[in-house]
Design a binder for this molecule. Structure first.
Ligand code: TXA
Ligand code: MG
Length: 310
């Protein structure tokens, strides 16, 4: 039985106790719902891999309530300090050398680096403060499926397999965090909820991009990572017979990411609309073109993964 908790402080306290006891709790962040476990408890972390059916070479993001605690877990470089100061708490994850050796080796999948994030969602903040330690959390979906942006999505994939979910309504950002690595120079490992342009502005230098020869491939960049059940056809101007149409901007569509053509609104709606079209039993979903600027980059990255052959 999965307990469905509301976001009152007694419920969050209860969730923190479940985490301390080695349980699994799905909780809201501003990006997507995460599936949390005590990052220092091997058994609990193994539970995450087990219920997600996740390939175990794929390392997890460690969530902490403050920059202070982040610096106990990972070694912060000057560039990392600058980004943390500018964007934490927020939809940004930094991959840094591990410092805390109590962390479960399953969290880092044996790498010498750890992915760290300080989420801004008030419920995530309260949970992390009450728990008082690092919480490992991937997105709260079965591996290979779309990330959840509501508690209902979480339960659709994981009901009965996790101890609790805290329901605090839909996530504001709707896309996972942007991931930046620093080896050897600031590198975009995954585009996400924080646009690349604002990160480059804060750094005062361009980011290296994945796929270029000097960039190591981020584990977890599996091309079919964000797959709905339906197959996707991208950059479609009109649907073909048998397709459901996911629009963007003013156009007739079965669902529209943002009738006003607003990329922030589109990001927040992306996974929910894909879930909804999937739930209508579509074999194929045609998706309107999305501009490749700001959050549009991350949206297109998720769409290309969802459309990848599998
Ligand atoms: O918004 C988010 O980032 C959400 C919320 C819950 O925080 N989490 C999330 O986690 O998207 P997940 O596990 O679905 O994606 C984490 C990504 C994976 O692609 C993983 O391979 C990468 O982070 N990652 C984790 N540790 C890493 C490391 N040490 N080096 C390189 N990539 C790493
Ligand atoms: Mg994920």
């Amino acid at each position: 039985m999965t307990l469905r908790l509301n976001s009152h402080s007694q419920s969050i306290q209860r969730a923190a106790t479940i985490l301390k006891d080695g349980g699994l709790v799905a909780f809201p962040t501003e990006t997507v719902y995460g599936l949390g476990a005590d990052a220092c408890n091997d058994h609990a972390v193994a539970g995450i891999f087990q219920v997600k059916g996740r390939p175990s070479f794929n390392p997890l993001i460690v969530h902490v309530p403050s920059v202070d605690m982040a610096s106990q877990i990972a070694q912060m470089s000057d560039a990392a300090e600058r980004l943390a100061g500018a964007f934490w708490p927020g939809p940004l994850t930094l991959v840094l050398p591990v410092k805390m050796d109590r962390l479960s080796k399953l969290v880092t999948a044996g790498l010498s680096t750890v992915a760290v994030r300080v989420p801004a969602h008030p419920v995530a903040q309260q949970l992390l403060q009450q728990f008082g330690g690092p919480v490992a959390a991937p997105s709260a979906n079965p591996s290979g499926r779309i990330s959840p942006t509501t508690a209902d999505h979480v339960l659709q994939g994981l009901d009965g397999q996790i101890d609790a979910v805290i329901d605090a309504g839909p996530c504001d950002v709707g896309l996972e965090s942007t991931i930046i690595g620093f080896d050897p120079a600031p590198t975009l490992l995954r585009s996400g909820g924080l646009p690349v342009e604002v990160i480059e502005q804060a750094l005062g230098q361009p980011l290296l991009l994945p796929g270029t020869p000097q960039t190591p491939n981020a584990p977890g960049q599996l091309s079919s990572h964000y797959a709905p059940n339906a197959t996707l056809r991208l950059n479609a101007t009109t649907p073909e017979p048998g397709e459901l149409f996911l629009g963007f901007g003013k156009m007739p569509a079965d669902l529209n990411l943002s009738p006003a053509g607003d990329l922030t609104e589109a990001a927040a709606n992306l996974f929910r609309h894909l879930h909804d079209l999937d739930a209508r039993g579509a074999d194929r979903i045609a998706v309107a073109p999305i501009p490749e600027t700001g959050l549009g980059r991350a949206i297109n990255d998720r769409l290309r993964r969802a459309a990848a052959p599998r």
